[in-house]
Design a protein around this ligand. Structure first.
Ligand code: C2E
Ligand code: MG
Ligand code: MG
Ligand code: MG
Length: 296
């Protein structure tokens, strides 16, 4: 009856609340623990750079690699950047982490060049927390000099929402980076609400269509409309468009027909560490399947 249903709802609500509180406490404790062990992660050599291929949608050719950081935690195993980048942004470690990834990626790109690889560029993510600080462009310049990597072989990715946190600071930073000759891409495009007036003035080369709009393709009419609009926008502003999170051939085909230039996703290949030999025996077939894997 209604009363007992209400009673059940209330009591499970209370239990739910207690459970939620417990979870929050666990979450907060975990975060504090992670924050303190993250301080030693760089010194203890626990960070890893994984690389995910970026492909030309028209001929299928691989054009680049995106560097994606992971944390090989001694107890927890491989920790995803979504779990520790926000912590690093709060505890001030992010500058050191992004600089380390940048160095690793530029060195690795030089190695690929030396091995006769024809990749055009390596892409590196930059946190918004580094925007307001003047030293980023200097750091990029010094890494390019130290590693000898030609600037046009480095692409820096900044998220659209990071740009919109402080558009004027972002614009200044992007102009100073552009002056170094590196490529610039706006990551997670479509989720950050940038104005067209702003976008027009940013010195960028590429829009990375956020994977949330790729997920429902080719059937979802709204995702299709957004993908079509972003691709048209890129074209009219003279920017290349890359679609993130392509897991199925049908998505790659659909995006190519819309005129999207590049693609990234499990359909082409998952993020992976660089194999010590030039051929990774573990890699066969993995690029084409779409089921979730712990290797990401
Ligand atoms: P992002 O730059 O947008 O990178 C793409 C993310 O999508 C990666 O997650 C990648 O593994 C995942 N992904 C790629 N293809 C697929 C697919 O087909 N399906 C699905 N479901 N996911 C796919 P990851 O490596 O966990 O990185 C998450 C985010 O963490 C990155 O998003 C980036 O914003 C940030 N990040 C990663 N490395 C760094 C870094 O070195 N510095 C900074 N500041 N941020 C980083
Ligand atoms: Mg990225
Ligand atoms: Mg993205
Ligand atoms: Mg993202």
């Amino acid at each position: 009856n209604a009363d007992s249903a209400l009673f059940k709802a209330k009591s499970s609500g209370r239990e739910g609340y207690a459970f939620y509180e417990q979870e929050l406490t666990d979450y907060a404790r975990q975060r504090v623990e992670l924050a303190s062990s993250l301080r030693h992660a760089l010194d203890n050599d626990e960070l890893r750079v994984y690389y995910q291929p970026l492909h030309d949608l028209r001929d299928g050719r691989q054009v680049g690699m995106e560097a994606l950081v992971r944390w090989q935690h001694p107890q927890r195993g491989l920790v995803a950047p979504g779990e520790f980048i926000p912590i690093a942004e709060d505890n001030g470690m992010i500058g050191a982490i992004d600089a380390w990834v940048l160095e690793q990626a530029c060195q690795q790109m030089m190695r690929w060049n030396g091995e006769g690889n024809t990749l055009s560029f390596v892409a590196v993510n930059i946190s918004s927390r580094l925007f307001s600080r003047g030293e980023l462009a200097q750091k990029v310049a010094s890494v390019l000099t130290q590693t000898g990597l030609p600037p046009e072989q480095l692409e820096l990715e900044v998220t659209e929402s990071a740009i919109m946190e402080d558009p004027d600071a972002a614009q200044k930073l992007l102009i100073s980076l552009r002056a170094l000759g590196v490529r610039l891409a706006i990551d997670d495009f479509g989720t950050g609400y940038s104005s067209l007036a702003r976008l027009k003035r940013l010195p960028v080369d590429k829009l990375k269509l956020d994977q949330s709009f790729v997920r429902g393709l080719p059937d979802d009419a709204e995702d299709a409309a957004i993908a079509r609009a972003v691709i048209a926008l890129g074209k009219s502003l003279g920017l290349k468009v890359l679609a993130e999170g392509i897991e199925q051939r049908a998505q790659a085909d659909f995006l190519r027909e819309l005129g999207c230039n590049y693609g990234q996703g499990y359909h082409f290949g998952r993020p992976q560490p660089v194999a010590s030999k030039s051929v990774d025996p573990d890699n066969t077939g993995d690029a084409k399947d779409s089921h979730p894997s712990t290797r990401n």
